[in-house]
Structure formats: C-alpha cells, structure tokens
Design a protein around this ligand. Structure first.
Ligand SMILES: Cc1cc2nc3c(=O)[nH]c(=O)nc-3n(C[C@H](O)[C@H](O)[C@H](O)COP(=O)(O)OP(=O)(O)OC[C@H]3O[C@@H](n4cnc5c(N)ncnc54)[C@H](O)[C@@H]3O)c2cc1C
Length: 365
C-alpha cells in the first residue's frame, strides 16, 4: 500500500494536532503555514477535559499538563461588589471525566504539538491562495506561484479559511456586536491582595471579564468582553490603549481595574460568527477546526473541538499502525460534524445568557 501524502494548510492548533495524528498513523505530511515563523502569538486557552483526552490520544497530554494551570474552582463574581455568585468545583473533573480542566498559553500548546512532530515537512511563509481538486487528489496553490500536490488536502487555515472559500465559495461573517480585549500580566508583579490565584469571571451589565493563570501560574491571561458596535475589525494582533478598558469598565470592581495596568500590552478584536457549513469535505479536500466550524472564544469551546477533530478522524482500532487513503477520505467528518453541530447548539446557550447578542440566530441589532 502506498503511503498517503497529506497536505495540511495552516499550522495552528488544529493543523498541528492533525499533523501529529496523521504522522503517528504513518502518513507523509506537509504543513504549509503562511507565517514566516511559528511565533508566540496569542494568549490563554481553556482546555476542558475532552480536549485533554484528545491530547492523550496524541501522546502529549502530560507535556501540556506540565505547562498548564489547573484551578480547583471556576468562580463567578459580581462586577460591582466582587461578591462570589457561583463557585463550580473543577477539581472533581479528574474523577468525573478522567481528565482535568486546564488553562494554557496558546504558544505553549503549539510548542508541545510542534515538538512532538518528527517527520512532518514544514513549509513556512507558504500562503495558500486556492486549492483545486485533481484526478489523483488535490493541489494547494501558493501565493509565491508554487504548488503542492497531495492525495488529501486538509484546510486547517482558521476562521478566514481560503480552503473553505475554494470549496464552498465566500460566506459572510456576522458581527456579534461584541468586542474583546485581551492582555497578559506577570503573576509575580500583581499585588497579592488582588484575588487572581484561582481565576474568575466577573459578570456585569453588557459585559464580562475573565482572568485565569497560564504557564504554571506564572502569567495571568485577561480577556474582557463588552457589547459595543464601536469596533468591527476581526484581528488577533491589533494593539490598543489600556485606557479603552478603564473607560469601558468604569465603575466595575476596583480589583479588576487595578489588574489592567499589569498587562504591558492590550489587544482588541471584534467577535464575528459564521454558520457551520453543511459539509466539511468535497472530494479529497476537507476542513478542520475554525475553518469548518468557527466558534466564539466567549464559548471557551473552540480548543476542545480543534484538538478533538483530528482525534476523531483516527481509525477506530488504536492497533492499526497505518492509514490508507480510504481511511482518510472523507476524514470521518460526518460523525464529528453531527456531534459538532449538537455541541454548537448547546454551547451557544450559555453565551446567550452571558450576552444576549452572542449565539446562533441572534443578530446584532
Ligand atoms: C495568531 C492567533 C492568535 C490567537 N490567539 C488566541 C487567544 O489569545 N485566545 C483564544 O481563545 N484564541 C486565540 N486564537 C484562536 C484559537 O487559537 C483558534 O480559535 C483555535 O485554536 C482554532 O484552531 P485552528 O487551527 O482551526 O485555527 P487557527 O489557530 O486560527 O490556525 C490557523 C493557522 O492557519 C494559518 N493560515 C491562515 N490562512 C492561511 C493561508 N491562506 N495559508 C497558509 N496558512 C494559513 C494561520 O497563520 C494559522 O497559523 C488565535 C488564533 C491565531 C491565528
């Protein structure tokens, strides 16, 4: 049997997890990533137990646990008084679900996934502009004029997916009417009397703010959400001034306002939503992660799906040492898609409670 050659477009969390799953099954894997280097960009991610189980299948669970942070409780506080509204025990997750809930730095997760890869052919600075199907599989067309032929192509190129556009045409994202700011503080620098050790979600009118430890508790990730139409750019890298937060959250609890200055940089982005596509695959080209089913970070559900999808696409028997092209295409997408849709619908419910503007079917009026 010929070794299948699989080209993955995008070296983010989903692309690298898929590369690892496929490499372990004996495939020849090429990852083309538009960035010239796999740099440390991004901030905190919440990994729920199902994500950890998927990472276990990929053989990297322990490495992630060693770099993450595990809080005993998920605490919800009142925006004004700081009163604890709810305290959910996360410490019991290990017994309940067989894996912990972890908060991690996105860069740490990417580092662990990349470090576990042995034979993958990385093409950096390789921006895909289109994919096309051909008799023997598909072709990835690159901005520099190059092309990569493969038996199977996986579009793991995120929320602005070019592969998705090539397969199903352009779609129009919906602005949710919600803006996010994110920052990262060094835990050592933050005074002890600011209650940060456990992490918390502060709920208030038209917004909520989440902070939690990452990188073994050395850093505090802060994400602030607010209903507003004043900013509509969807970007992970747009810097902004901290004064935007102090103005937006004026009147919120002093601990929160005192925490903001400990982040040297602040980024903001407008939250957009896209409907899940009906199909994830066409011929020998398939989608994975945000390209297939983007999910608002407000739901804290994106990462489990990203790391679960490749794990779902593995053959059922763990003893099977190799994969065949038949196994990969159409990447067992159906079961994941149905499950994904169900999760999406359920996961949207809390978001509607948190912010009536976010969630499926809502519009930004
Ligand atoms: C720079 C960045 C920072 C982020 N920071 C956070 C954060 O702080 N908190 C949070 O909750 N979530 C963050 N996210 C989103 C989160 O990582 C994703 O929602 C989730 O991991 C989905 O994974 P994915 O692999 O499907 O897509 P992504 O993680 O978005 O990865 C997509 C990858 O594809 C590459 N790519 C895109 N288009 C092309 C192309 N045409 N050709 C080649 N390569 C391409 C991108 O450079 C990227 O590396 C960030 C995403 C990015 C890209």
């Amino acid at each position: 049997m010929r070794t299948p050659r699989i080209a993955i477009v995008g070296g983010g969390v989903g692309g690298l997890a898929a590369a690892l799953a496929l490499e372990r099954r004996g495939a020849e894997v090429i990852v083309c990533e538009q960035s010239p280097a796999l740099n440390e960009i991004g901030a905190g991610l919440n990994l729920s137990p199902n994500a950890l189980v998927a990472l276990r299948v990929l053989g990297v669970e322990d490495a992630i646990i060693a770099l993450g942070s595990e809080s005993d409780f998920l605490i919800i506080r009142s925006w004004k008084s700081g009163r604890v509204i709810s305290r959910m025990r996360r410490g019991a997750f290990r017994q309940q679900f067989g894996a912990p809930n972890l908060t991690v730095h996105r860069a740490d997760l990417l580092d662990v996934l990349r470090g576990a890869l042995e034979t993958v052919d990385f093409r950096l600075g390789a921006r895909c502009i289109a994919v096309e199907e051909c008799d023997r599989g598909g072709v990835v067309r690159l901005a520099d004029g190059g092309e990569i032929e493969a038996d199977i192509i996986v579009g793991a190129d995120g929320i602005h997916s070019v592969v998705r556009k090539s397969l199903f045409g352009p779609d129009a994202p919906r602005f949710t009417g919600c803006i996010c700011w994110r920052g990262m503080a060094s835990a050592n620098a933050v005074p002890r009397d600011i209650a940060i050790a456990e992490g918390a979600m502060w709920m208030g009118p038209h917004g909520h703010v989440v902070h939690y430890p990452v990188r073994r508790g050395e850093l505090i990730n802060i994400v602030a959400h607010f209903d507003s139409d004043s900013w509509t750019e969807e970007s992970w890298t747009r810097e902004c001034d901290m004064s935007e937060l102090t103005t937006t959250y004026a009147g919120w609890h002093p601990d929160l306002l005192r925490l903001y200055p400990y982040s040297a940089r602040w980024y903001k982005w407008a939250l957009y939503d896209r409907d899940p596509v009906e199909r994830w695959s066409k011929g020998r080209v398939t989608l994975l992660g945000d390209s297939a089913h983007p999910c608002c970070p407000i739901l804290a559900r994106a990462r489990p799906w990203r790391s679960r999808t490749p794990a779902c696409s593995q053959p059922r028997s763990p003893a099977t040492p190799t994969i065949s092209i038949k196994h990969c295409s159409p990447m067992s997408g159906y079961g994941c898609r149905v499950r994904g849709q169900r999760c999406w619908d359920r996961a949207s419910e809390p978001a509607k409670i948190i912010s009536p503007r976010v969630g499926r079917g809502s519009n930004a009026t």
